[in-house]
Design a protein around this ligand. Sequence first.
Ligand code: PEP
Ligand code: MN
Length: 452
Amino acid sequence: MSVVPSLSELHALGAAQQPSYPDPAAVDAAVARLRTAPPLVFAGECDDLKGKIAAVARGEAFLLQGGDCAETFAGVTADNVRNKLRVLLQMAVVLTYAASVPVVKVGRIAGQYAKPRSSDLETRDLPDGTQRTLPAYRGDAVNGFEFTEASRVPDPQRLVEVYNASASTLNLVRAFVTGGYADLRQVHTWNTDFVRESQVGQKYEAMANEIERALTFMQAIGANPDEFHRVDFHSSHEALVLEYEHAMTRIDSRTTLPYDVSGHFVWIGERTRQLDGAHVELLSHIRNPIGVKLGPSTTPDDALALAAKLNPDNEPGRLTFITRFGAGRIRDGLPHLVEKVTAAGLDIAWVCDPMHGNTFEASSGYKTRRFDDVIDEVQGFFDVHRSLGTWPGGLHVELTGDDVTECVGGGEDLTDLDLAHRYESVCDPRLNRVQSLELSFLVAEMLRARTD
Ligand code: PEP
Ligand code: MN
């Protein structure tokens, strides 16, 4: 059995997108603290999720993975966590009911605190007409969002804070999903306040009525399975900061195999998927289900080499490819990858991230995405898989349960001018609650067309 390399062996391979910590002793102290911290998730739960993703790869289930681009420590509040969970539960119900497909639910939650950046530096115009350049914000796991010299210094103590924030988020999520909030009889309750007023909220309400009738019928005939009252919900994040992921990698006592117990599912980002790099190496040793983001520069041989390294035994459910080509490129770029991977007999779950290839800067200066581009990329993803006879396994989206204005378009028809109204993301623009629900209805239609 392969042994997990040490942190210094990993760094020696070259690791992209790592913080430059000024104080090595402080890094050692934080890592030592994390190594003794209890696991956030259990290896058996990771195996369960692997089994569910194997069903996705076989074409028997659909993966819904969503949440913030970047969680923040300040965002760990009961309202915020509940709202995110609520919109994911609503989307999952829409997909399950409207498309009659089991949905595997995974949050970008309880650990999504570290961000890769295209530039190490950020320059801003100051009110006095001058400019200032500081190290880029790399997520609350690394440094502060505040645009000051002091705040942008990477602080390893933040990794311990990531652990604590993730623990309290997971604790709440576990309570919500097993303690009654996720009970299917709550379908109406999830649709409270502003959403009910929107067109998509009314569409949801009509569906919730049908579900309620079906539940009442089931109850009348004496069927009341556990699945009506609780859901399986899993946590995921990008495995980016090596110190954190390595410290959270433990040997599972049942199997004596290593698992990264910081989350159920971890993925490698587009900027850190170098075949000989530290991230691919570390994740090749852990036994969790894992993902790799694949952008438009990925060649079929890259995909095959990643699969050979990360899943040499072709274990079902182990490897998910999350493609993020952009609406304009997916129809040309994706077929070669899927064809070659399929021809090689590889067991892969294909998931569409329709966000990261569709980001642009609005005239107002905000980073945004068009709702129509998001839909177009998902449609392209479905079209490609349909033409190849492969299964469009899931959706990976950046969203929030709140009424933010970060992506343009959608039923509320948000414009560039609306962006300033409630732009709260510290990183990439997220779909708001109404846009997320709209997306789920549109994807349910695509799924229905696929399975009819
Ligand atoms: C992300 O998921 O937030 C992200 C940075 O994605 P990618 O690695 O695909 O650019
Ligand atoms: Mn992002």
